[in-house]
Design a protein around this ligand. Structure first.
Ligand code: ATP
Ligand code: LTN
Length: 334
């Protein structure tokens, strides 16, 4: 039997090249080999305040980006999380078996809650339980994500083990699949922190829908260092990040890249990087614009996607409820 892949992305902020290189582009490759399900996680998005109309529009835009990137709805399932009620319901049940201590260790919550200006919600704290529900509902084997999600996928695995040992074999144990290169694309302005969809200043984030001029301007202004030597070196976060981006968009080897730019200046490297990124994103951007002309088509695909896998989610949920003892016993009488 084919292994099953599941992953999710929040319909918020600017979809950036970190999301694209570490997640979306790898999902496109995964779908050829694995049975794949990709989820637009709007219930995760509302863990921080969202403008209601914009959130709906973002669900649609995110679907269009996934399709434009090459997710094939004839092969994979794409759907919006809130359209399948079982996610929230399973998350509640998992809440009741996840020790608080496990949740308190989640580093993303610590970072996000420190950065956030508004009041931090219980939902933001509980985010990993909902993510575990997403993964476990579909008997997922592999979860392709960026480095920042490793701890959450491990939590999902721990929850599955705990449930299985308490109630008998129920869930598959999921495994994170994280790329060796590009699992953490850094900000252009602050290359010591990951590029982020939300809360990053303009110029730090390279959006997959950015125009060629925006891409050129942002890359030319990206922070480097005074060493003027174009070489992969994790101790030089600015230039290293730009080289990793070049490597992933060009598909060239590190040796070839270093050779190509030996003795050249940062300005020339940046100019070539910008053109490589522009070319790399061009097909996606063209297809995106076409798709957005027919929003009904995208809506239908999302409905169909949810319709196709809802039975899987519901079956898992009803097994879980049965094992936990929710609902009524077998009734005697007429
Ligand atoms: P936010 O920063 O608002 O939390 P995000 O940029 O992390 O958003 P998500 O929707 O949370 O975006 O993530 C979607 C996928 O992109 C996840 O698999 C995540 O690991 C990956 N990802 C996010 N940021 C980066 C990055 N800078 N480099 C590589 N992968 C990333
Ligand atoms: N938390 C993830 C998005 C996400 C996800 C998932 C990823 C929600 N549910 C299930 C993989 C599997 C993030 O990228 N911030």
């Amino acid at each position: 039997m084919k292994k099953r892949v599941f992953s999710g992305i929040q319909p918020t902020g600017t979809i950036h090249i970190g999301n694209y290189l570490a997640a979306i582009r790898r999902w496109v490759i995964a779908q050829a080999e694995y049975e794949s399900i990709f989820c637009i996680v709007d219930l995760h998005a509302i863990t921080v305040p969202q403008e209601p109309k914009l959130l709906k529009a973002k669900n649609l835009e995110m679907a269009a980006i996934l399709l434009a990137a090459g997710i094939d709805p004839g092969v994979s399932v794409i759907f919006v999380q809130s359209q399948i009620g079982a996610h929230a319901e399973l998350a509640w049940i998992l809440n009741c078996i996840i020790p608080m201590g496990w949740m308190l260790r989640m580093t993303q919550f610590k970072e996000k809650s420190q950065r956030q200006k508004e009041q931090v919600t219980t939902g933001l704290f509980d985010y990993p339980a909902l993510m575990a529900a997403d993964i476990l509902l579909y008997r997922t084997n592999l979860v392709p994500v960026g480095e920042d999600q490793r701890q959450h996928v491990e939590l999902a695995r721990d929850v599955a083990e705990r449930f299985n040992s308490r109630y008998g074999p129920t869930f598959e144990l999921p495994e994170a699949v994280i790329p060796e290169v590009g699992s953490r694309i850094m900000g252009l302005k602050d290359p010591t922190k990951k590029m982020s969809k939300t809360g990053d200043e303009e110029g730090n984030v390279l959006g997959v829908l950015d125009s060629p001029d925006e891409i050129r301007a942002k890359i030319m202004k990206a922070v480097t260092d005074p060493l003027r030597e174009i070489r992969f070196d994790p101790d030089r976060p600015g230039i290293n990040n730009l080289l990793v981006i070049y490597e992933l968009f060009s598909g060239e080897s590190r040796a070839a890249i270093e050779q190509r730019f030996a003795g050249k200046g940062y300005a020339q490297f940046k100019a070539e990087l910008a053109e490589t990124v522009i070319e790399g994103l061009r097909p996606l951007q063209l297809r995106f614009r076409e798709l957005m002309e027919d929003q009904r088509y995208i809506g239908r695909l999302l409905e169909e996607g949810a319709g196709r896998i809802r039975p899987v989610a519901e079956e898992t949920l009803s097994t879980v409820k049965e094992k936990v003892g929710l609902g009524l016993p077998v009734l005697k009488g007429a």
